[in-house]
Each structure stands twice: as structure tokens, then as C-alpha cells.
Design a protein around this ligand. Sequence first.
Ligand SMILES: O=C(O)CCC(=O)C(=O)O
Length: 287
Amino acid sequence: MFKLSENQIRSFNEDGFLIVENLIDDDTVELLRARYRRLFKGDFETGILPDEVNWQEATGDPSLTRQICNGWKADRAIARVVLRADLGQAVAELGGWPGTRIMIDNVLWKPAQTRPLAYHQDNAYLKWFEPSELLSCWIALDDTTADAGTIEFVRGSHRWRHSLPEGEFHGPKEYRKYMELAAAREGVEPEIVYVEVPKGGGSFHHGWTWHGSGDNTSASRSRRALVLHAMRSDTHYVPEHLGQGTGSIYSRYKRLGDNVIDENYFPILWTKDGYRTPGIENYLSAD
Ligand SMILES: O=C(O)CCC(=O)C(=O)O
């Protein structure tokens, strides 16, 4: 069970991110690695297609970082990690939120010699729900290093002005370009911090923190990560903006008659009042 200290919460508020160890144990790392191999071959345990399948073994560009979003719907080993109540609690404590739901997960695999993911601010893609805030927990499935393209953050950038999404996300030539332009607008020299942790460790980041990851220049080391992107438990759809950012995909779960974000698709992991979406446990224990 993961628990934050007061110091860690203070440090997160100051920096816009927090680096931690021991989010998952070695057995879980091994299990997830095996599930990643299956998912990228199109072998989905539950039979359900993840919401975004950006890379598959038969068709994917071998120079790109492999990505699947909402692997939890396809695979219960993924779900058992990203639907954890203690991670939901940690996110709520960092955000000062009443509770946490999953918005999406990211299943990411950056093999040796593959390309970067562009710097961005997560909150810039979220006009389709309100409050438009995301807070994320990034979990390494390999020992991570700067040369193997680990995630990197700009310290204090959650306090910068808000930028709109721009440029190519997957494999851009200059992956820091839009962050550097934003830094110039702020009149500051960006301080970049690499998340270098043993497998099973990782980080939390604020939705306005600039982050991305470089080329994996290592000879043979993969850099895999599982990410829980979480929203507040009390979010709702914004009908005027359903097609914006990631809303063009995730607004498909909007109910016809109201703006409620349905727990079946965005389960609540933890709230201060002790609530957790009841169906989660059934789902996690099914064969
Ligand atoms: O793992 C990476 O390379 C970047 C992931 C990312 O953008 C995120 O977790 O928000």
C-alpha cells in the first residue's frame, strides 16, 4: 500500500512533480511486461479493444514508441494496478481533490533506438470535462535512465501560463520545441529533471507540468511505463467542447440525457467519503 508523507506533498506542490520508489513489486513488473507483449500483439484478455491502439506488432512503425490507451479494459493485470485505491488516494491528496477517477491509462513501450514523445501539458487537452484537471502517476517497468528516454519534467512549470496543444506528439524531430518556446515566453531557463528510478518506481505529475521523453539511445534496453491519468471524482462533461482534445474519443461515453461522467467507463478509485465504484472489485476478480 502506497502512502505519501507531508514532505512529499509539499515537494509536489513546489515542483509540479514527485519522484518515488516502490509503487509496484518485482512480480507485478514481470506480469505487466508479459501482458505488454500480449497487448501489442492484439491479444486482449477480456476481448475488449482498448480505447486507443496506436501501435501493433504486425503494423506499427518500429521507430515509434508503442502506445495503447485504456489497456485496463482489455487486461485485468493492467486494471489491478491502475484502479488501485491507494494510488487514487495519493492523487487526491496531491491535487487537494475530494476524490479520484481514472480518466485513461497509457501502456507505453519505448524499445532501444526508438523515438521521443513530445513535451506537452496534459491539461491542455481536456476542455471536454470540468474541472479540467488531470494528475498522473507514471510507473516504470524498467530501471530508467536519461539515455534510454525516461520521462522528464520541467521543475516549477505547472505555474507557467497555459499553452494550447501544438505539433506532432509521436516521434517529433525536436521533442522539446514547444516547451522551450513556452519557457522563452515565461522568460526562464527550463530546469529539466529526468525520472531515473529502479523498475517499480516512478513519479506523479501535475496536469500543467511540462513533460515529455527523449529518444531511447541505449543499445538494447527497453523503457516501458504504465501511467494512470486521473481526473477529479466530481467532474462532468461540457457539452460545448465534446469534440476538443481527447474529448473526440472519450465523449463517446457521454449519456444522452445528462452531463454525468459514467462510472462504468471512468470508475471512481477513491473518495474522502469512502466511496469506490462498486463494480471494480467484481471486474478485477473475474477470470
Ligand atoms: O512516458 C513518457 O514518455 C511520457 C508519458 C506522458 O506523457 C505522461 O505520462 O503524461
